[in-house]
Design a protein around this ligand. Structure first.
Ligand SMILES: Cc1ncc(COP(=O)(O)O)c(C=O)c1O
Length: 416
C-alpha cells in the first residue's frame, strides 16, 4: 500500500477555510473572499472579532512579557477581583488556567481534594474538554477509544426531566460523588435549556448529599446566552464555575476556575496542583480585564453587568426557545445533528462529506443576505436560510450583527 501523504499538522476538524483575517462579524480567506462568520470561533467571538476595547488594551499593553507564577502581579489580582465580583455569590477565589480544558480538569481535582471522594456525575453526550479528565466526564463513547479514563464517572441521559432527577438522586445518595458537572445551558448538546425547577433541584440534591456542583461555562459563559453567565438565568449558585473562550474575546488564550472560599482553602492546604506556566499570561489578563466592557467603552463592573443587555447580546426569549412536541426543553436529535453538520459541535466532523460541508457553509453564509432580503420583502430567500437563522436565534451559532428583532413576528435585523 502506498504510504499516506501526511500534512505536518494533525487535525480533527477538516480545514475548510484558509483564514487570512477576521474583523467584526466577518472573516476573510487567503483568496480575499469575505464570509459572514456565524461560527464565531464556537463561543469565542461573542463580542465580534477584534472588539475595540480589547484590541486597544492589547495595543497599549506595556507590562512584562511574562510573570513567574510564584511572583505577585497586580493585574492578576485585579482580574480575580473583577471575576469574583461578577460571578454568582459564594464564588470568591480564582484559579488561573490557559483554557477551558485545563479549567475543567482543575475543578475536578479541586472537587476530589475538597470532598475526599472520587466519583463524578455528568450529562451523557456532553463535552467538557480534551484532557483525560474532561474526556472522562464527557460522552461515554470516549471510553471506547481510551479505556482507562478516570474511573467512577457516571452519566445521566439528558434532558433533566423527572426520570433524570430520580437517577441523579439515586446516584448521589451513595455519598461518594465528588461533583456533578454540567453546562447550565448545554451548548454542546445542541443548546439544551433545562427547566428552572429541574436545575435548581439538581443543585439542592448536590447540597443534600455533599456533592459539589460544577458549572462548566467555558462555552455558555461571557454573554453567549444573553447573560454574562448562564447560571444567572436560573439564579444558580454553583460551587465552582469554569470559564475560558470568550473571556478574552479571542485575542489571547485564558481560562479560570472560580471557586468558593472553602474549596480554595482545601486546594491550598492540601497541595492541590494548580501551577500553570502560561496560566493568566500578562497579555491575556489585559484582554480579559477589557473584555466584558468592550462595547460600552467603559471599564468596571457596572459595564460588565450590562453584558446581559439585549442590545448587546440577543437573549433568547422564552417564547422562541425550541421545544420538542412533548413539551420538554431538549432540542431533538435532529438539532444535534444539524449542529454537528455545521461543525458547531465538532465531535464527529470527519463524518461530514466535503460536498455536504460546503453546502452547509453556503447555507450559513446566506443567512445574513436572507435577513437583508427579508427586509425587502423577499420571504422566499429568508425561508431558504431559516435553519441558519434558527441556529443564531438559539445561540448555537453567533453573529453579533444579526439579531432577532421581534420574537412574535420572527423578524430579523442586520446591524450595519
Ligand atoms: C463546555 C466546554 N468545556 C470545556 C471545553 C474545553 O475548552 P478548551 O477548548 O478551551 O480547552 C469546551 C470546548 O469547546 C467546552 O465547550
Amino acid at each position: 500500500m502506498p504510504a499516506r501523504r501526511r500534512e505536518p499538522l494533525a487535525r480533527d476538524l477538516p480545514a475548510e477555510l484558509q483564514v487570512a483575517s477576521t474583523n467584526g462579524s466577518t472573516l476573510t480567506d487567503s483568496r480575499g473572499r469575505k464570509y459572514i462568520d456565524f461560527v464565531m470561533g464556537w463561543c469565542v467571538g461573542n463580542f465580534g472579532w477584534r472588539p475595540a476595547a480589547i484590541a486597544k488594551a492589547i495595543e497599549r499593553f506595556k507590562g512584562p512579557d511574562y510573570v513567574y507564577p510564584g511572583y505577585a502581579y497586580a493585574p492578576w489580582t485585579e482580574l480575580a477581583r473583577l471575576l469574583t465580583s461578577l460571578a454568582p455569590r459564594p464564588l470568591t477565589t480564582c484559579f488561573r488556567a490557559t483554557g477551558g480544558s485545563e479549567a475543567v480538569d482543575l475543578a475536578l481535582q479541586a472537587a476530589m481534594i475538597h470532598t475526599g471522594r472520587r466519583a463524578f456525575l455528568s450529562l451523557e453526550g456532553s463535552y467538557h474538554g480534551n484532557t483525560l479528565g474532561g474526556l472522562s466526564i464527557g460522552a461515554s463513547d470516549n471510553r471506547e477509544q481510551i479505556k482507562n479514563l478516570l474511573p467512577h464517572c457516571g452519566k445521566v441521559a439528558p434532558p433533566l426531566d423527572a426520570k433524570a432527577l430520580r437517577r441523579i438522586e439515586q446516584r448521589l445518595k451513595r455519598r461518594d460523588v465528588a461533583a456533578f458537572v454540567m453546562e447550565p445551558i448545554s451548548i454542546n448538546l445542541g443548546v439544551l435549556i433545562p427547566e428552572q425547577d429541574a436545575i435548581r433541584r439538581v443543585r439542592d440534591l448536590c447540597r443534600r448529599y455533599g456533592t459539589l456542583f460544577i458549572a462548566d461555562e467555558v462555552a455558555c459563559g461571557f454573554g453567549r446566552t444573553g447573560r454574562l453567565f448562564a447560571c444567572e438565568h436560573f439564579d444558580l449558585d454553583p460551587d465552582m464555575l469554569c470559564v475560558a473562550k470568550a473571556m478574552s474575546g479571542g485575542l489571547a488564550p485564558i481560562g479560570a476556575v472560580i471557586a468558593t472560599a472553602p474549596i480554595a482553602t482545601s486546594m491550598e492546604e492540601n497541595d492541590g496542583a494548580f501551577y500553570s506556566t502560561y496560566g493568566w499570561h500578562p497579555r491575556s489578563v489585559a484582554a480579559a480585564i477589557a473584555a466584558p466592557a468592550r462595547s460600552q467603552g467603559e471599564p468596571g463592573p457596572a459595564a460588565h453587568r450590562r453584558c446581559g443587555d439585549e442590545r448587546v447580546f440577543p437573549r433568547p426569549p422564552a417564547a422562541t426557545r425550541v421545544r420538542p412536541p412533548g413539551g420538554g426543553s431538549h432540542p431533538g436529535p435532529g438539532d444535534r445533528d444539524r449542529c454537528r453538520r455545521r461543525g458547531l459541535r465538532g465531535r464527529h466532523p470527519r463524518q461530514v462529506p466535503p460536498q455536504r460541508a460546503a453546502r452547509v457553509d453556503r447555507r450559513i453564509d446566506g443567512a445574513a443576505a436572507a435577513v437583508a432580503g427579508d427586509r425587502q420583502g423577499d420571504r422566499r430567500e429568508r425561508a431558504r436560510h431559516s435553519g441558519a437563522l434558527d441556529m443564531i436565534r438559539r445561540g448555537v451559532a453567533a453573529n453579533p450583527s444579526v439579531q432577532l428583532e421581534s420574537p412574535r413576528t420572527q423578524r430579523w435585523k442586520v446591524e450595519s
